[in-house]
Design a protein around this ligand. Structure first.
Ligand SMILES: [Zn+2]
Length: 78
């Protein structure tokens, strides 16, 4: 069963991130058991202007958390 609950503020932050960057974030989470892993069934919330993703490790189901700093999400200036 897949659940994905975002607060409205978190959703704004999340969808301001380019799709390829969102994919990279989800596929580079740190699971304490598997080390590098992928996040599934994630929820999003906003904390101090940053986006906090909480979900499960795709490999073992252990809880993983990824904080996406808004500065990280912005496209580079050129
Ligand atoms: Zn894991």
């Amino acid at each position: 069963m897949s659940k994905r609950v975002f607060t409205s503020q978190a959703e704004l932050l999340w969808y301001s991130i380019p799709a390829n960057a969102r994919e990279r974030i989800l596929k580079n989470v740190f699971c304490t058991k598997c080390k590098g892993s992928e996040m599934v069934d994630y929820n999003g919330s906003e904390k101090n202007g940053d986006l906090v993703l909480e979900g499960s490790c795709a490999k073992c189901g252990h809880q993983v958390v990824r904080v996406v700093e808004t500065s990280e999400a912005k496209p580079p200036n050129n």
